[in-house]
Design a protein around this ligand. Structure first.
Ligand code: NI
Length: 177
């Protein structure tokens, strides 16, 4: 298992549509997920999509532990999600700040659906079916966007709300993603 280099915005592989995983519980899939977990942990990320390490398969991982320094950030369970399908529950949107390991050092204010249902599979092929809202829903939308070649800056409505983390939030220590 290994920490992989994360592709950065500008690399055309981040703009591709990734392919569904055809076979579950294979050594290749387990290695991919272990590499993604190692990479996300090493960079203190909240989520990572396979195309960010150059593998164009529909696999994302995400999860945020409860952190007393950020009482407003709801914990999100550590999740491996393969071949996700998202269904929006309604049209309501909410703006929130996002970062991305492929856009290091920056933050942007991104509108996302407030409530959604996501379905997919874990590495063994067992079904996942959750209806979530708020920050959890935001993380899922961000990560699944990567599978369709969409990076969060493409969704920012007003580019005045896009910039370097150090300038937007002076004095705060914020993770890279
Ligand atoms: Ni990202």
């Amino acid at each position: 298992m290994a920490v992989k280099p994360v592709l950065r915005m500008g690399d055309v592989r981040l703009l591709q549509v990734s392919q569904p995983v055809a076979h579950f519980d294979t050594p290749e899939l387990h290695t991919l997920i272990a590499d993604m977990e190692d990479t996300m942990q090493a960079l203190n990320g909240a989520g990572l999509a396979a195309p960010q390490i150059g593998v164009l398969l529909r696999v994302v991982i995400f999860g945020i532990a409860a952190n007393p320094r950020y009482p407003d950030a709801e914990p999100v369970p550590q999740t491996v999600l393969v071949n996700p399908v998202i269904t929006m529950m309604d049209a309501e949107m909410e703006e929130g700040w996002e970062g991305c390991l492929s856009v290091p050092g920056m933050r942007g204010l991104v509108p996302r659906h407030l409530r959604l249902r996501y379905q997919g599979f874990d590495a063994q092929g067992a079904g996942i079916d959750r209806t979530v809202d708020g920050f959890h829903a935001r993380v899922v939308q961000h990560e699944c966007d990567h599978l369709d070649g969409v990076l969060y800056p493409m969704r920012i409505r007003d580019l005045r709300n896009f910039g370097f983390t150090s300038e937007l939030f002076p004095g705060e220590t914020i993770e890279d993603d």
